[in-house]
Design a protein around this ligand. Sequence first.
Ligand code: DGL
Length: 262
Amino acid sequence: MIGVFDSGVGGLTVVKEIKKAMPDCSIVYFGDTARYPWGNKNAETVQRYSEEICIFLIAQGVEDIVIACNTASTFAGDYLRKKFPKINFFNVIDPVVDRIKLELSAEKNQKRNIRAGVIGTRGTIESRVYEKKIKKNNPTVGIISQACPLFVSMVEENMTSHPAAKIIVDEYLKKIKKAKVDFLVLGCTHYPLLEKVIRKSIGNVAMISSAKEVAKELLRRKNIREDFKEKDIFYFSDVSNHYDKLTRKILGKKIKIIKKAL
Ligand code: DGL
């Protein structure tokens, strides 16, 4: 069993890709819907929430945990590794940085300077984690970052097709659109659910997000056990009626949600 957690439904974008890459694997998911959003909270709070969730997931028998949240990967990745040394942790940032490194190495002979847009929660953007990691491999890349704090709530409220979504997305992405970036990093696992409206706003820019890259990373790492025969289980710390519809929209199938307060 692989444990996967996020502040809410965003981590399901990662679950979807893991299931595509490894259809037989079983997932125990925890969405902390009672305490989202995490993106505006400080490091200690995100560490505490993440630790509580990991204790729960480990009690369910998982040995591998995907931190399917950029904010938690930023603030709690190292913290969790130290707290739970026996667990294999996967974060959602490093596989994206590796993919960018690969893409840019193919561009090496080009003279022009590449510009990358990075969007994420306030915590992720203010930490400058993507900027530092991308620049470490590719110092000449220009990075234009933008925190988009309302995006997570739009997704959790299932408002990604609402006309208000376009207005909010346009507002947040002004600077990135003006910079004519070569690619855009969706640095929050909720954001792929806004991909359509983001595309409408900034046009046909290549977008890189965590879900596919993390799934590839899981496949690459051989130490994931293969005895996957159990059913997937989805725990949410708070449940309201609209989550049935929302989770079906994200995963393309109906799931049974179990309410579990920590
Ligand atoms: N999906 C989380 C992330 O990737 C969203 C954090 C939040 O709840 O604000 O950062």
